[in-house]
Design a protein around this ligand. Sequence first.
Ligand code: URA
Length: 252
Amino acid sequence: MTEDEIRRQLEFYRDLGIKSVYRRQHQTTAAAAAPAPALSPEPAKPITESQEITVVPPLEPAHDNLLKILQDIGECKRCRLHEGRNRLVFGSGNEQAKLVFVGEGPGADEDEQGLPFVGRAGQLLTQMIEGTAHKEGIPLTRDQVYICNVVKCRPPENRTPQPDEMEICGQFLYRQLQAIRPKAICALGSTAAKALLATKDGVMRLRGKWHQWRDIPVMVTYHPSYLLRPYNQNAKKEAWDDLKKVLHFVYD
Ligand code: URA
């Protein structure tokens, strides 16, 4: 591995929120052939950039694509969210999309259909995308963008995903974004903003301004579920403004 590749990989782990990585000793052929001592892993040693990484698997395989990522997720049981799921919700839309929307996690309708944003919040999102684009003279339909979530399985009672669930599922979100490499990402709500920007700031503070995930511009706006609540109607205008900014940036 070159120094540059090591640096890139460490940056990738940092983006995932992983604070330290460990290396195992090289195994000689004889040692590899010998049975591994049961339940006695050798003590982990923190690595620095100048040391050689030997066993950390690449999280972003070369020539990654959505099908490969979906196959790698498989019948996922990596976290507790699989226990209550009917269907895993991977994402939908155009693999070559210039714009990706990231939500929080599937709700009941999405869990039933295996597709993101197909319930009430989804209908509002479709209206927001297509209605705003139409008003701005941009011919765009929902199937031309890509839509996915931070976690792929429905959290019980639609609760907010927990940090470990976000971290485990985050590796697949990151691979999706890296495989698509859109011109911009729109983070819907605070869970998506937290996952992409590693920030504790809320949507009100973050929205309307450009941020970055790796080198891709990210706009944060309100989650459509938030906009469906009658007492949040003022936020609708702001969400529409945010979306206008994104659409002009991506499609002008
Ligand atoms: N809310 C989300 O965050 N994602 C969906 O797919 C549906 C509702």
